[in-house]
Every structure is written in structure tokens, then in C-alpha cells.
Design a protein around this ligand. Structure first.
Ligand SMILES: Nc1ncnc2c1ncn2[C@@H]1O[C@H](COP(=O)(O)OP(=O)(O)OP(=O)(O)O)[C@@H](O)[C@H]1O
Length: 265
């Protein structure tokens, strides 16, 4: 699907959209040295789906994630999360929404080193001053295989185990959406497959919504949909593509950038 088509199809925000972006722009810097990181993004991330966001280095993937998750505010356009226009929220309101309705998984795990596994997993509930659902948290801990590790600190865990703590932490509050930025970037192939299987399971078994930025066609092949960015715009939108189709699209995008004098990924 071309960017023009996806923009036409975005339309009004439907009830099935966990997150919807309309005409979103993000400009960094001041007049004279401005970078247009997002240049008119229209997209819905539907509830219960797994979307991968790909594209060359600098194409705007992380910026898209940050704006969609309320970590950064767009320069123009609207972001609606579970029916709430994020522009209507104060900084306090945004913080509360991030703690209770959004889960985050980053390449660097971002666990609190002074807390053990159990307290890291319960942190979002504690910060939101809400009572954790103990039955659900126990199920999440069992699912990610951390039952025997609850008293360990992050430094006493492997990278894969740390990322599984981050997944359990994200799932613990049953968020509206889980945003992942290169969640397998620091992991070996087998461990990455375990992490991606857990994300897939969250979508298939719990109806969770996952949006994941990745450079890896294998990781993206776990998604229901792969969206490609270039120069801050959506340039393609594929439904459940295989690894070869994803790699092929990336190569063609790289060729386009090489022709325009930009070769870095
Ligand atoms: N805080 C910032 N200040 C100024 N420019 C920024 C800032 N953050 C990002 N940019 C610029 O915005 C553009 C998009 O950056 P972004 O990090 O979203 O790209 P990306 O696709 O995630 O890249 P990568 O794959 O390398 O992580 C780039 O040109 C980048 O240099």
C-alpha cells in the first residue's frame, strides 16, 4: 500500500484503534537547522494486532514510537490512545496514562538495578498507586519463566532474562498497548525468538496490542503487519509478510536512499 493510500484509508478514528495518529508531524530544532523527523503520519494500530515498524536509520521510527506513546509531543497532528486525545492531557495526566495504559520494552531493558525482579515487575502498579492483580502477575511471571528468579537483581540475570523481566513488567498492568524499540537488538538469535514468541502470545492469547520498531526482518516476520518509513513518511504497509518479502522491501528502500546519496542504515 502506498503512503497516499494509507493516508486515505486512515479516516476517522475507529473504535478498534488502540492508537491512532492523524497528520502527525515532528520537527526538531530551530528555524534554519530544522529536522522534519515525521512528515504527516496517518495510521491506526488496531487492538489485538502486532505491528512492526521498519525503515532506514533516521527515517523516524523511534520518533513515531515516542509520539504514539506520549513520551514526546508532536509538532502538529493528533495522537489518540484508547479514545483519549493526548494533546488534552497535562504532563501529569500523560505520566499517569503511560504508567497504567502503556507498556514499554527497550533494547537496553531499562530495569531498575536496585530492585529485584519481583519489584521491577510490580513497579508500574506501585508508581500508579494501584493494587496489582496478583493472580495475573503470577501468570505473567510463570509465562516468561521467571518463577525461580524473583529475588535476583537485574545484574544477576542474562540479557534474555532481563528482557523477559521487562516483558513481564509491561504486561503486569494489562496495558492498552505495548511499545517496543528494538526489543531483540541486544539478544542472540535463540533468546530473541523466545522474546518474540512471548510478544506474539500476548497478542494471540490476551488480545494485547504490540507496536515494535525493529531493523531485523526475522523479528518483523512475527508481526501481523509491517509498516515501512522513509524520510518521516509511511512508504509501505504490508500484511503478514514473510522474511524474504520484508528483506526485499528493505533492500529496495536502501537502493532508493543510495540513489539519493544516503547509504547508512
Ligand atoms: N532530539 C532530537 N533532536 C534533533 N533531531 C532529532 C532528535 N531525535 C531525532 N532526531 C532526528 O530525527 C530524525 C529521525 O530520528 P529517529 O531517531 O526517529 O530515526 P530512526 O528511524 O529511529 O533511526 P535509527 O534506526 O537510527 O534509530 C533523524 O534525522 C534524527 O537525527
Amino acid at each position: 500500500m502506498s503512503s497516499a493510500t494509507s493516508q486515505i484509508q486512515a479516516g476517522p478514528v475507529g473504535p478498534a484503534a488502540a492508537v491512532a495518529l492523524r497528520a502527525v508531524q515532528k520537527v526538531y530544532g530551530r528555524r534554519g537547522s530544522q529536522v522534519r523527523a515525521l512528515d504527516g503520519i496517518d495510521i491506526d494500530f488496531r487492538t489485538g494486532t502486532f505491528t512492526a515498524v521498519m525503515g532506514p536509520s533516521g527515517s523516524g521510527k523511534s520518533t513515531l514510537l515516542q509520539c504514539a506513546a506520549g513520551l514526546d509531543r508532536p509538532s502538529a497532528g493528533t495522537v489518540t490512545l484508547a479514545g483519549t486525545d493526548l494533546a488534552n492531557l497535562s504532563e501529569t495526566g500523560l505520566t499517569k496514562l503511560r504508567r497504567t495504559r502503556i507498556g514499554f520494552i527497550f533494547q537496553a531493558f531499562n530495569l531498575v538495578s536496585a530492585l529485584n525482579v519481583r519489584d521491577n515487575i510490580l513497579l508500574p502498579s506501585r508508581l500508579a498507586r494501584s493494587r496489582p492483580d496478583r493472580t495475573w502477575v503470577a501468570e505473567v511471571v510463570r509465562r516468561v519463566g521467571l518463577d525461580g528468579r524473583l529475588r535476583r537483581r537485574p545484574a544477576q540475570l542474562s540479557g534474555g532474562e532481563q528482557q523477559r523481566v521487562a516483558i513481564a513488567r509491561a504486561l503486569s498492568v494489562r496495558p492498552e498497548v505495548i511499545f517496543c524499540d528494538e526489543p531483540t537488538g541486544a539478544l542472540d538469535t535463540n533468546t530473541a525468538a523466545q522474546v518474540l514468541t512471548l510478544l506474539r502470545q500476548a497478542v494471540d492469547d490476551d488480545g494485547q496490542t504490540v507496536v515494535m520498531v525493529t531493523h531485523d526482518p526475522v523479528a518483523a516476520s512475527y508481526a501481523d503487519r509491517v509498516v515501512f518509513l522513509a524520510d518521516g513518511r509511511i512508504v509501505d504497509d504490508l500484511s503478514a509478510p514473510g522474511i524474504d518479502a520484508i528483506a526485499d522491501r528493505l533492500v529496495r528502500l536502501a537502493g532508493r536512499r543510495a540513489q539519493s546519496g544516503v547509504s547508512q542504515w
